[in-house]
Design a protein around this ligand. Sequence first.
Ligand code: AMP
Length: 187
Amino acid sequence: MTKIRSICVYCGASDAVDPRYIKLAEALGRELAKRGIRLVYGGGGVGLMGACARAAHDASGEVLGIMPRFLLQKERIYKDVEHRIVDDMHTRKQMMFDEADAFIVLPGGIGTLEEAVEILSWARLGLHAKPMAFLDEDGFWSPFFELLERIIEGGFIPEEFRQAMVHSKTSSDAIEALLDRVVVLDI
Ligand code: AMP
């Protein structure tokens, strides 16, 4: 049976962004809560990450935040939801991966890009088959998908790799696309 229990969201931690991005993160948080899907995220109260987690929590959704100790103050850990404090970034990233059935990438900066690309590189190495959706309303991730086309055209990754990821405009479309791709044993 196909079912997603948890989705890990990668997104920007900056507060200095266009409010439209914050709204998109809130909409995703609400959509996850509505569907009974747990949000797994970096644990912070800032930027899109805080907006998504607060919206999910306010809509009675389940949230797990995973925060490395050295970022507790900088990313202002959101304590109203279940959270785990870990020793380092590596442990955080591994735990976020382990706790998720699929991934959604919202607009973000270097950290967001790094997290998403690391998960894609693990898929490329055959270490997992968890799908990833990139979510934006304004084509934020389009240049990244153009780069991927260049990479595929250049023969660096096979065409089938496109199946590992989707590009969606709404939270609902992103989750539906992931549901089409994920296989989790319902036990
Ligand atoms: P940013 O997209 O740069 O706003 O960062 C979003 C999130 O990614 C924040 O929670 C950062 O702690 C995290 N982050 C920043 N740098 C890295 C990195 N090198 N690897 C993994 N996560 C990171």
